[in-house]
Ligand binder design. Structure first.
Ligand code: ARG
Length: 468
């Protein structure tokens, strides 16, 4: 309003874009604000490329040296926080090259010989994701260590085990914590597996077809720590399955973290009261002075949704793209960066919570003793000691539970004469299996919840972590 068509290039966004369609084009095309994060990998890729160009005599050695030295200066500037940010430069690849040209002059123009931004970005991004995997792996390892340490400490702490969130059988807290250690171990293997697949070099694929220059792809691959060059130039510039592998491993990992976070949220609630979260991981309410909210755990739970969204976003972006490169693929980076940042924070928060949470064994034991949690132990006793078929033992036990419920007592508080009205084959020996401690102690099968079994599995896990 008030702006004539002449003054404005476009009625809808003319105020912002003075230059008309060309300015909109620049805006939609620009990715520098996001892919600035690739500067380190971009310069490493260029260093490997120019060293190879010099060694192969594709550019004069003196020029290659001048470019290498100039790239070092660009890197130093970026390191000092002066990463190019002029949006006119389009993306980080153009930006570093433009800065190089300012520093070393026209010789900079030789750097892009036998290379395209297509193989350049594929290389940079692979390098970035590789570093990201290593970082996540370190974070996961710290979380495993925290889980194992707390599991060892709580190997004999009795708590209710749940199915359907109904009290099922007593378990030990150490056992419960080690369950998450196992999930995290599998998450690590997924990341490590994707790292192995990712670790091949696209550099030298050029735009899509390879190049007529006598490049040495083994040399650049080795210089960048890749196991080998990728075998097909079309594949090299057009697939982003390495980024999807990362995102899908991240999504699975985030799901595990969110389930652990959810346990903390439930355990910290007043009706449960199994833990008190330290101040460092809680917040108060602006209106209810008594509140201590498990915000960090809730945010880990929430972040999992966003990470899954990132994986979905890139899957959909890549779906149905024709070979080789299409500009849609520029949208590969934001979901990976976002997921990585969220996962990193979630890992730090979960590790911190696991390390510092205060468990409340008294509350856990009281809950474990409710809900007739040792009913299965009674049934098993009838099978083992009296030779009763399990199905029949199940019925007998059901009647005993009904009686206890009616009398408002625990199973082990039922007097023997009352138990014998249910089934005359029951004798005093049954009381040895009805307590929660007896119940957990009896479950010594491999991977079971008995304290000694938990200690053995924790020791195994610790030894594996120490061996790394
Ligand atoms: N910024 C681009 C990206 O991230 C770099 C590749 C550009 N290639 C091209 N053919 N326009 O995908």
């Amino acid at each position: 309003m008030g702006i004539s068509r002449k003054e404005s290039s476009n009625e809808m966004w003319g105020g912002r874009f003075e230059g008309g369609p060309a300015a909109v084009m620049r805006e939609i095309n620009n990715s520098l604000a996001l892919d600035r994060r690739l500067w380190r990998q971009d310069i490493a890729g260029s260093q490997a490329h120019v060293a190879m160009l010099g060694a192969q005599g594709i550019v004069p050695a003196a020029d290659a040296d001048a470019i290498a030295e100039g790239l070092g200066r660009v890197a130093a500037e970026c390191e000092a926080g002066r990463i190019p940010d002029d949006p006119a430069l389009e993306d980080i690849h153009m930006a570093t090259e433009a800065r190089l040209a300012e520093l070393v002059g026209p010789v900079a123009g030789r750097l892009h010989t036998a290379r395209s931004r297509n193989d350049q970005v594929a290389t940079d991004f692979r390098l970035w994701v590789r570093d990201a995997i290593d970082e996540v792996d370190r974070g996961l390892r710290s979380l495993q260590r925290a889980l194992v340490a707390r599991a060892e400490e709580q190997a004999a702490t009795v708590m209710p085990g749940f199915t359907h969130l109904q009290v099922a059988q007593p378990v030990t807290l150490g056992h419960h914590l080690l369950a998450f250690h196992e999930m995290i171990a599998r998450d690590r293997s997924r990341f490590i597996d994707s790292r192995r697949r990712l670790n091949e070099s696209p550099l030298g694929a050029a735009a899509l077809a390879g190049t007529g220059f006598p490049i040495d792809r083994d040399r650049t691959a080795t210089a960048l720590g890749f196991a080998r060059p990728m075998r097909n130039s079309l594949d090299a510039v057009s697939d982003r399955d390495f980024a999807l592998d990362y995102l899908q491993a991240a999504a699975q990992c985030a799901l595990h973290l969110s389930r652990l976070a959810e346990e903390f949220v439930i355990w910290a609630s007043q009706p449960f009261g199994f833990v008190s979260l330290p101040d460092a991981w809680s917040t108060g309410s602006s209106i209810m002075p008594q509140k201590r909210n498990p915000d960090a755990a809730e945010l880990v739970r929430g972040h999992a949704g966003r990470i899954v969204g990132c994986a979905t976003a890139l899957l959909v972006t890549m779906k149905g793209l024709p070979l080789a490169y299409s500009k849609d693929m520029q949208d590969d980076k934001p979901p990976v960066f976002e997921a990585h940042d969220l996962l990193g924070l979630s890992l730090l928060a979960m590790t911190g919570m696991v390390e510092t949470v205060a468990f409340r064994p008294d509350r856990m034991r009281a809950a474990a003793e409710g809900g007739f949690s040792t009913a299965t132990d009674l049934a098993d006793w009838l099978v083992r000691v009296q030779g009763i078929p399990f199905r029949e033992a199940h019925h007998v036990t059901g009647r005993a539970v009904r009686l206890a419920e009616k009398r408002g007592c625990r199973l082990w508080e039922l007097p023997l004469e009352v138990l014998r009205t249910v089934d005359a084959r029951i004798d005093a020996g049954v009381y040895e299996v009805l307590s929660v401690d007896a119940s957990v102690a009896s479950r010594r099968s491999y991977g079971g919840t008995a304290p000694e079994e938990v200690r053995a599995r924790a020791a195994e896990a610790r030894a594996e972590l120490d061996r790394e």
